[in-house]
Every structure is written in C-alpha cells, then in structure tokens.
Design a protein around this ligand. Structure first.
Ligand code: HEM
Length: 144
C-alpha cells in the first residue's frame, strides 16, 4: 500500500514539474528574444531600417555591413545575458571622428524601437534593451 502511495506521489510531483516547465516564463532576456537566431533577425531588420533612413544612412555609406551586424548581434546577445562575447571595438573608438549628434543618436534609437515593436518584443524587454543602449550615448555622440 505504502509503495503504491509513493508511486502516486512521485507521479504527481513529475506532472506538476512538467506543467511548471511548460508555463514558466523564459528566464533571461536573451531567451525571450529567441536566442541568437532571434537577435540576428532583429539586427537584420534594424540595419535594413537604418540603411533606408535618410536622416542617418549617409554615416553607413562605406560601412562593413556584415561586420557591423555580427558585432551588433554579439553586443546585444552579451548584454541580454546570452553566451556571447563582444569582439568589436569599444563604442568610443568605433564612433570616433564621425561627429554624431544627439539627433542622429535619437533617430537610430527610434529605428531600433521600430524593430522591437515589429518583432513584438515585450514592453518590459524593450525598456531593458533601451536601458542597455542609452548609457552608450556619451561615448558615441560628439566624438569628433
Ligand atoms: C546605442 C547606439 C549605438 C550602438 C549600440 C552602436 C553599435 C555599433 C557597433 C557594435 C559597431 C561596430 C564596431 C566594430 O565593428 O568594431 C558600430 C559601428 C558604427 N556605428 Fe554605431 N552604434 C550606435 C550608434 C550609432 C549612431 C547614432 C550612428 C550614426 C548615426 C552610428 C554609426 C556607426 C558607423 C558608421 C559605424 C561603422 C560601421 C563600419 O564602418 O563598418 N552608430 N556601432
């Protein structure tokens, strides 16, 4: 009798654990963005938007687009808690001498936000991503 009871209890515990695993929210921002494939899709869309944005696309006329995308994916992946290492230049060095203004910076952030909305990133996660990027402004804007 005791044995049967133990088996029933074990079965119940397993069922509850499985149900929890199925409904538990994805733990990290990286996971919620769909891992590296999700972030890559987001970056592709974002870079396409920037390339079509007449306010700022002149900055990217001679850009190494595949290299830029690779580094953006790494940067977002690492920032979102994913298993990536950013291998590009630091933000100050990467944007040095470009004379990027606050208006340029805001335009780029607006383009990024458009991609976040298009990919239906949760509002809370949109804020988390923007909170990752906005502190970089001081290293990007006004570096002549
Ligand atoms: C938070 C905002 C920004 C982030 C996170 C960011 C990130 C990056 C990254 C990761 C790179 C590649 C560095 C490397 O390959 O070593 C890069 C390069 C570059 N960024 Fe930004 N950037 C931002 C804002 C801007 C803005 C506002 C502009 C201009 C409107 C801009 C223009 C460029 C250009 C022209 C390059 C060089 C691309 C190339 O030559 O291949 N960035 N940025």
């Amino acid at each position: 009798m005791r044995m049967i009871l133990n088996i029933v209890v074990l079965g119940l515990v397993l069922a509850v654990t499985q149900a929890q695993a199925a409904t538990a929210p994805k733990e990290t921002l990286f996971e919620r963005l769909g891992g590296e494939p999700g972030i890559t899709a987001l970056v592709n869309d974002f870079v396409a938007t920037v390339a079509a944005d007449k306010r700022i696309n002149h900055y990217f006329a001679k850009a190494d687009v595949p290299g830029l995308k690779k580094h953006l994916v790494e940067q977002l992946c690492a920032g979102a808690g994913g298993p990536c290492t950013y291998t590009g230049k630091d933000m100050k060095t990467a944007h040095q001498g470009m004379g990027i203004t606050t208006a340029d910076f805001n335009a780029l952030i607006q383009d990024f936000s458009r991609s976040l909305k298009k990919f239906k990133v949760h509002r809370r996660d949109q804020s988390a991503l923007l909170a990752l990027l906005t502190p970089m402004k001081k290293d990007i804007v006004g570096k002549r």
